[in-house]
Ligand binder design. Structure first.
Ligand SMILES: *Cc1c(COP(=O)(O)O)cnc(C)c1O
Length: 410
């Protein structure tokens, strides 16, 4: 997908607009399958919280992926998109037993992440096999918002609580068919990840009915020019050796699962905005676009870097800009960034806009969320319409105050 393609798609569908390149999703998927080819049986469950449009889900399914879900609604959307229950794993955190039961009744794999639920679930449904989420207490992920496997994390059952887990399993007679970990996004050090795998493999030897080990995700992709990314090929080789040894120790082969979100869709996404205003102040030049953190919150929420290019003047002389949105509070996309000279009306594209961008968007400031387009086989397909005023009000219930104000009785 070229700059020219993006410009013409933006012209057809208007801005702000999310555009996803199907070929990039496919090549990332193929890259993972190749990297982990040394492993006998591997399943990739797309973490749909990264990007949940049903067209994307269908594409993932066609590629051979399963689905990793974190809410009952994600389970339902996955089923609607054509995944069979067997292809879906439900990995919620801190939900009530009701939600787990509802998912179980839909037939999907259940992953339980605390002792309280494990005990309640085991007491009621000892015959339903479940997976448990382990917290290996390693610091593998990136910043503290997205690193979820460390000692103070709210996720998973601590490795120090395994005696309690075994007691629950024994008392209820429940069947643990999988062990899971997800140490958080942005793995930079493969060694740390492998260390967490070793911890999980050690624990796994104590569970006799396992069918699979799920290693979660956290595969990092480059955002900035020169960024380092997770070396999945190296990881595939090193993990292959360890997993083979583990299966020998275990006494039979198990299958392995991963839950990539960011790796599959981040780089496939391009967010196109138009510049409303170029404002020169005493200290900086602002480029104000027709969007804000209501559409792309990662810079404000995680201090994330998204590369920005001027689609309308790609070869222009570069200057320093602070790119901001139109939300009525501080709303900065990028500070002091070198971008080819910007004029009002120019189109700016934000790269790496596939993961956690649209899926985290909101209607703050009563703005419409953007449309989404899938670029597939050299053609643009609208996969989500721009919103309208009715979308902002359709869940509200009509209410009118009385014509005359009543004295309030308090
Ligand atoms: C968010 C999440 C993922 C995906 O993480 P990425 O960094 O996007 O690959 C995988 N598994 C679980 C349980 C998650 O919550």
């Amino acid at each position: 997908m070229t700059t020219t393609n993006l410009r013409s798609i933006a012209k057809t569908y208007g801005t702000p607009l999310y555009v996803y390149n199907a070929a990039k999703i496919e090549s990332q998927y193929q890259r993972l399958t190749k990297a982990f080819a040394p492993l006998p049986e591997v399943k990739f469950n797309f973490a749909m919280k990264a990007l949940s449009n049903s067209a994307i889900l269908k594409l993932m399914r066609q590629l051979g992926a399963g689905l990793d879900t974190v809410s009952l609604q994600e389970v339902q959307l996955g089923l609607q998109a054509g995944f069979s229950p067997d292809e879906i794993i439900f990995t919620p955190n801190g939900v009530a037993l009701d939600e787990i039961i509802a998912a179980m009744e839909l037939g999907v794999h259940i992953n339980i992440d605390n002792l309280s639920l494990l005990e309640q679930f085991g007491a009621r449904y000892p015959e339903t096999p479940v997976c448990i989420r382990i917290n290996p207490h390693v610091m593998a992920g990136g910043n503290s918002n997205i690193s979820v496997g460390h000692i103070d994390s709210k996720f998973g059952i601590s490795i120090h609580q395994m005696p309690h887990v075994h007691r629950i399993v024994k008392n209820t007679g429940m069947n643990i068919n999988g062990l899971h970990m997800h140490t958080g996004s942005d793995i930079l050090d493969i060694g740390v990840f492998l260390q967490a795998c070793d911890i999980l493999f050690d624990l796994a030897l104590e569970f006799k009915d396992l069918e699979f080990i799920d290693l979660g995700s956290g595969f990092k992709v480059p955002y900035k020019p020169g960024d380092i990314a997770t070396d999945v090929e190296d990881l595939g080789v090193q993990l292959g050796e360890r997993f083979e040894r583990f299966c020998t120790d275990y006494g039979r082969p198990l299958s392995l699962a991963f839950e990539p979100g960011k790796f599959l869709v981040s780089e496939a996404g391009h967010f196109v905005t138009a510049v409303n205003v170029v404002k020169q102040t005493t200290s900086t030049i602002f480029a104000q676009v027709n969007s804000g953190f209501n559409h792309l919150i990662r810079p404000m929420l995680y201090n994330a870097y998204h590369h920005i290019e001027n689609l309308s003047n790609p070869n222009g002389k570069s200057r320093f800009y602070t790119v901001v949105g139109y939300i009525c509070e501080t709303d900065t996309f990028a500070n002091n960034r070198q971008i080819a000279e910007i004029k009002e009306g120019d189109l700016l594209v934000f790269r790496n806009a596939g993961a956690y961008c649209f899926s985290m968007s909101s209607n703050y400031n009563s703005r419409f969320r953007p449309a989404e387009v899938l670029w597939y086989n050299n053609e643009a397909h609208l996969i989500r319409k721009h919103e309208t005023l009715a979308d902002l009000t359709h869940t509200q219930v009509e209410w009118e105050p009385k014509a005359t104000m009543e004295k309030s009785s308090n």
